[in-house]
Design a protein around this ligand. Structure first.
Ligand code: SF4
Length: 71
């Protein structure tokens, strides 16, 4: 089942961790602020099962909770 992931760029401090854990999902704008790699203007995305563990790790590691995973 796919799971919804949201990002809150206002909370992002450009630490660069999330794209290390899930490089297919997360990328950054020119200031290093998080966006979705495949859909840079989106604030939420459905994550396919194969990517969910990586995205969950990024979610857990994000120091400012700028990544939100819905159950
Ligand atoms: S881990 Fe969190 S704070 Fe760091 S770049 Fe990603 S979204 Fe921003």
């Amino acid at each position: 089942m796919s799971q919804r992931c949201k990002i809150v760029p206002e909370r992002c401090i450009a630490c660069g961790l999330c794209a290390i854990y899930a490089p297919e999902i997360f990328d950054y704008d020119e200031d290093g602020i998080v966006l979705f790699a495949q859909e840079p203007s989106a604030r939420q995305q459905f994550i396919i099962e194969e990517q969910q563990e990586k995205v969950k790790t990024a979610y857990r590691k994000c120091p400012t909770r700028a990544i939100i995973m819905e159950k």
